[in-house]
Every structure is written in structure tokens, then in C-alpha cells.
Design a binder for this molecule. Structure first.
Ligand code: NAD
Ligand code: ZN
Length: 359
């Protein structure tokens, strides 16, 4: 079966494009109870960007602290229930922040029109109707959450996305100047999410020409941004990384992620490591699967002097390792992509535990 997915309805790209947000959402303001919700990373509280948000009477501004935890189903339910009870149904929702805020915006937009706890909808096509209009404005590049059809949430039992055709943003505004303030380690961890998406996408059975066209371009940009001369956090590289993130996301949407993401999900679910950081911790030890890309990765870590702890597993109990391996093992689509349909004959739960012991 070939994938048949929605794409973002509209993309506005360019340094300074955030200034157009007010005009872009203006035609949507007549919908539902005629107010907008702006969900913004708490980092921007008191920063100049907060004053540029096109707030009108009746609009709501919600600053959300995305550290240290990834977005939860309980968080989405609380936001929806409180706003519906006190203000009604918003005309639309704008998320301004990183992958965490993108996911909160996408999930909340869906849950405003779907009843019950969001944990009931973690999975594929469990949501049966469109949500409200939603617009994403990334302020850090790498996750591809700006274009993906999933809103990843941690629920009481699993870390899994609300994945359906209406998850995808109606609009994104890609303004690379918004990412200038990202701290270096974070810039690297989240940026590496794109690099790893491209590598995993191309290393598996679901790879195809469509994924390749986006993935190759994204990878080329990643190498310019992170490897050797001219690399680093510059305005020019911020532009490149914003586009690389989008293309990396599109590459993996039409292919799949693999071993690194499976291990990363275990680290996030059990130890609450953030996605990009967890990917870096895992990818560093996956030479057997991703060969020279892991050498490139190590070179990038060294070149940019990135903090990447070693021997973490020395402090993990057997119980922790088993719990993480069970999370990873329960992601068959990733293992199938990486190892083939007979993956269960190639890797066991014990082998996955050994992979965690390398970290
Ligand atoms: P994030 O949104 O969690 O933010 C990381 C840190 O960067 C936070 O401290 C934040 O405050 C800070 N930050 C963001 N923008 C900043 C700026 N301009 N200046 C200074 N600080 C800034 O990070 P992320 O790596 O973008 O997102 C991780 C989340 O994305 C995870 O929850 C993961 O599950 C999710 N994710 C989703 C998808 C998807 O397809 N939906 C894909 C990958 C990851
Ligand atoms: Zn990822």
C-alpha cells in the first residue's frame, strides 16, 4: 500500500516572515467563537517576540514551559477543557516554539473538536473529524514536527502520536531569525534529529525516490551546517537548517525512522530524556547499523564541542534497561524498516538490552 498523506496547506518562508502572522490568520478570525489561542514556549515570556504576537481582544496567550518533560496527554486535556469551559471554541490556534510546542498545538487543535481524554486517540486514524485551524511557527529547527502528520504525546502508558490526516498544520511560518537565540547544545541535539531522520530514512526497506529527493537535499544542508569550515550557528546556517528540518521531515514521512529512534523512544519514555538529546545518546553507538554516518556524527560533536555523556548505562538498573528495551521492541514499523519484515529473527529483546548497555 502506498502512503497517501496530507501536506501543510500553506508555507510562508523567509527571514522576518513572522511579521506576516497577523495578516495570515486574519481571514480565519470569523470562525467558531472568533478568538485565537497562541501557545508559546515560555522561553519567550518578556522577550521581544512576545510583543510581536498579533493579539486582539478576546485572544488567549498561553506560555508553556516545555522543560524538562515532553508534552503529555493530560496537558492537552487540561488546556482544551479550561478554554472550552471559560471562552468557547477558538477560531484557531497558533503554536510558537520547538517540537514540543508544535506537538501541543497540533494535538490541542484536534482535541478541541474531539471528546474525551486524548490518551484514547494515541495511534493511527483514531480521530474521526477535523480539528480547528492551526498554524505552526518553529523557533528551533530539526524535529520536522512542522510538517509531520503526528503530534507526539506521552500518555500514562505510551509515548505515541495522535496521527491522522487533520494533524498536519494548515499553515506554517518558517522564519529562521526566530532560531538565533537557541543555545548551542540544544541547537545541535535538535538539529541532529534532522540528520538522523535522513540517515534512518535512507537505511531501510521503505526508502524510495520521493524520500530520497528530500533526504539528499536535507543531508547536504546538514553537512554544510554542522561539518567543518563554514559550519556553526550563523544566520545563513539558520536558514539552511530550517529548510533541512522540513525536508528531513518529508523524507521520513514517506519512508520511516529506524534503530536510533526506537532506542530514543525508550530513553524518553523511561528516563524522560528529550527527543533530540536521546537520539544523540543512541546514535553515537550505532556504527553497526549506520556506519560512516556515525563517524560524521562524532566529527560534528567534536568540532562543535558538544556535551555528550558516555557510560550512562553504568547507572541504569536491569529493570530500567528492560523497561526501555520493551518500549523499543514495541515499535515494529521502525525495526521492519531497519532490518526487514523478518526483524524478529534478527534482533531479540535481549539484543536490544545490549544496545542500551552500550550507551
Ligand atoms: P523543544 O521544543 O522541547 O525545545 C527545546 C528547548 O529549546 C527548550 O528549552 C525550549 O525552551 C528551547 N527553545 C526553543 N526555541 C528557542 C529559541 N528560539 N531560543 C532559545 N531557546 C529555545 O525541542 P525540540 O527538540 O524542537 O522538540 C522536542 C519534542 O518534539 C519532543 O517532545 C518530541 O517528541 C517532539 N518531536 C515531534 C515530532 C513530530 O513529528 N511530531 C518529531 C520529532 C520530535
Ligand atoms: Zn526524530
Amino acid at each position: 500500500m502506498h502512503k497517501n498523506f496530507n501536506n501543510i496547506d500553506k508555507v510562508c518562508y523567509g527571514p522576518g516572515s513572522f511579521a506576516q502572522l497577523g495578516d495570515i490568520i486574519a481571514p480565519k478570525r470569523t470562525e467558531n467563537d472568533k478568538f485565537f489561542v497562541f501557545v508559546v514556549d515560555a522561553y519567550f515570556k518578556g522577550k521581544p517576540l512576545a510583543d510581536q504576537i498579533p493579539l486582539q481582544d478576546g485572544d488567549l496567550l498561553e506560555f508553556i514551559d516545555v522543560d524538562p518533560k515532553e508534552p503529555t496527554t493530560a496537558q492537552i486535556d487540561e488546556l482544551r477543557d479550561r478554554i472550552l469551559a471559560n471562552h468557547g471554541l477558538p477560531a484557531g490556534l497558533v503554536g510558537i516554539g520547538g517540537g514540543s510546542i508544535m506537538d501541543i498545538a497540533k494535538a490541542a487543535a484536534l482535541m478541541f473538536t474531539t471528546e474525551g481524554p486524548s490518551e484514547n486517540y494515541q495511534g493511527l486514524n483514531l480521530i474521526k473529524k477535523p480539528g480547528i485551524y492551526h498554524c505552526g511557527v518553529p523557533t528551533i529547527s530539526g524535529t520536522g514536527a512542522e510538517c509531520s502528520m503526528t503530534a507526539v504525546l506521552t500518555g500514562p502508558v505510551k509515548k505515541l502520536g495522535l496521527k491522522c490526516e487533520w494533524t498536519v498544520f494548515n499553515q506554517v511560518i518558517l522564519d529562521p531569525t526566530l532560531t538565533a537565540s537557541v543555545p548551542k547544545n540544544q541547537w545541535f541535539y535538535t538539529g541532529m534529529d534532522t540528520f538522523i531522520h535522513c540517515i534512518e530514512s535512507e537505511t531501510g526497506i521503505f526508502y524510495n525516490t520521493f524520500s530520497r529527493a528530500y533526504g539528499e537535499q536535507s543531508l547536504k544542508l546538514c553537512k554544510e551546517i554542522f561539518l567543518g569550515e563554514g559550519s556553526g550557528q550563523t544566520p545563513e546556517n539558520d536558514e539552511k537548517l530550517m529548510v533541512a528540518s522540513l525536508f528531513g521531515g518529508l523524507s521520513l514521512t514517506y519512508s520511516e525512522v529506524g534503530v536510533c529512534h526506537a532506542l530514543s523512544y525508550g530513553l524518553s519514555m523511561v528516563l524522560e530524556y528529550k527527543h533530540g538529546y536521546a537520539n544523540c545518546i543512541a546514535f553515537n553507538h550505532l556504527e553497526d547499523y549506520y556506519g560512516s554516518a556515525v563517524n560524521d556524527f562524532k566529527e560534528m560533536v567534536a568540532f562543535h564541542n558538544i556535551d555528550l555523556p558516555q557510560n550512562l548505562s553504568a547507572n541504569w538498573s536491569e529493570e530500567t534497561i528492560t523497561a526501555m528495551a520493551e518500549v523499543a521492541y514495541a515499535l515494529p514499523h521502525m525495526w521492519t524498516h531497519a532490518l526487514g519484515y523478518d526483524w524478529q529473527e534478527k534482533i531479540t529483546l535481549e539484543d536490544i538490552k545490549d544496545l542500551y548497555r552500550r550507551l
